[in-house]
Design a protein around this ligand. Structure first.
Ligand SMILES: NC(=O)c1ccc[n+]([C@@H]2O[C@H](COP(=O)([O-])OP(=O)(O)OC[C@H]3O[C@@H](n4cnc5c(N)ncnc54)[C@H](O)[C@@H]3O)[C@@H](O)[C@H]2O)c1
Length: 363
């Protein structure tokens, strides 16, 4: 772009989709530029929509995960262990990270029991140095990681004014800041090999506020922002081999997190179905998956109706997210630097080997 043109448009550079405007058109420059940008955007946008409709009808191609190395944080229990089992079935080497040693051992046994290759590492995800240290160890002992699933999460479950500061800090440390550190640890190798996938297990609570979950909802909203900004950053840098997926489930049954939630209208999700959906999103490089899918419509519609409608719906749907919050003094004892006593830790309980209720038994 010439200096003259630059001066003429007062620093407005041509959009990425259009060429520089010829000399004779310069007085019309910004208007023509803007119109062309909009037209090209509409054409390209329609193309993407047609492609998405076609793919929804015929299905997306599924990538083969065989031979890959997957790190699943919070893999010592709940959803993480169910995802791990599925990845192992598909031929991935699974590396589980969890603060809960017993949960890790149990899940490693389960995965090995179905013939999978699995390693467990005790990591405190609220500790950045611990994350970097163990990430190096994994790359050295297991190999280059090409699938990172940021799944570990905690919930405090109190009204904001009853939530001690350290629990709010812990929620952000585990639910979102850990994503920064794990991605910084593994992304460079993924970029180098042009092969990688980063999965953020966020929550519908990232898009909707719920009482007693102020720290949880805001940390999940941050996780949603993290995924989208990272995906765009990779696209802007032209990195095509590294994908990201954002997973936003509604409340899930039979994991350690929201066991007693009171949910009306929408039944709690089956944990095995959520794990299946996560693996499908990975295999089809889906940028985001809302579970159940129709929540995409509800979430968009919330901006079109008055706040009171949204509030009525949320209050009706989730009268109480945490009917019996953990006693603050007991949670207080579980500091982020010491390994927790599992028996008193309901926020990050490991998956038990006790079989789940009948409809959820298959893995
Ligand atoms: N359960 C639900 O209803 C629900 C709904 C939407 C989203 N989610 C999200 O799904 C993910 C998995 O949840 P879940 O239901 O399996 O919960 P869970 O409590 O059963 O599992 C969480 C795992 O994270 C581990 N963990 C907690 N703190 C850790 C730390 N500091 N370092 C290392 N590991 C730690 C726990 O030990 C546990 O194994 C979470 O991110 C959660 O926010 C859950």
């Amino acid at each position: 772009m010439s200096v003259e043109t630059q001066e003429y448009v007062n620093g407005l550079r041509p959009g990425p989709l259009t060429r520089e405007i010829p000399e004779c058109m310069r007085d019309k420059y910004t208007v023509v530029q803007a119109i062309m940008d909009v037209i090209v955007f509409i054409i390209v946008g329609i193309g993407h929509v047609i492609q998405a409709i076609y793919r929804t009808i015929v299905g997306y191609p599924k990538k083969d995960l065989k031979g890959g190395i997957a790190v699943v944080t919070g893999g010592g229990g709940g959803l993480g262990s169910l995802i791990a089992l599925r990845l192992a079935r598909l031929g991935c080497t699974v590396v589980l990270w969890d603060i809960n040693k017993q949960g890790l051992e149990d899940t490693v046994k389960l995965v090995k029991g179905i013939g999978g290759k699995c390693f467990g590492y005790v990591v405190d995800l609220s500790n950045r140095e611990d994350i970097y240290r163990v990430a190096k160890k994994v790359e050295k002992e297991v190999g280059a990681v090409n699938l990172l699933i940021n799944n570990a999460g905690v919930v405090s479950g109190h009204y904001l004014l009853d939530t001690p500061d350290h629990l709010i800090q812990r929620t952000f440390d585990v639910n979102v800041l850990a994503h920064f550190w794990t991605v910084k640890a593994f992304l460079p190798t993924m970029i180098e090999r042009n092969d990688g996938h980063i999965v953020t297990i966020a929550s519908m609570a990232g898009y909707v506020g719920v009482a007693k979950l102020v720290d949880y909802c805001s940390s999940k909203a941050a996780a949603c922002g993290f995924d989208e900004a990272l995906r765009l950053e990779l696209e802007v840098k032209g990195i095509k081999g590294v994908r990201t997926s954002l997973i936003c489930p509604y409340f899930i049954r039979s994991t350690g997190m929201f066991e007693e939630v009171k949910s009306r209208f929408v039944p709690q999700l089956n944990s095995n179905e959520v794990a299946d959906r996560v693996v499908l999103a990975i295999r089809t490089n889906e940028p985001y998956a809302f579970i159940p899918g129709y929540f995409r419509i509800l979430i968009s519609a919330r901006w079109l109706v008055p706040w009171q409608c949204t509030a009525e719906l949320i209050r009706g749907m989730v009268p109480d997210a945490v009917p019996s919050p953990p006693s603050v003094s007991r949670v207080h004892e579980t500091s982020s630097t010491s390994l927790p006593d599992i028996s008193m830790k309901r926020e990050s309980r490991p998956m038990s080997l006790v079989p789940p209720p009948r409809p959820e038994r298959h893995v």
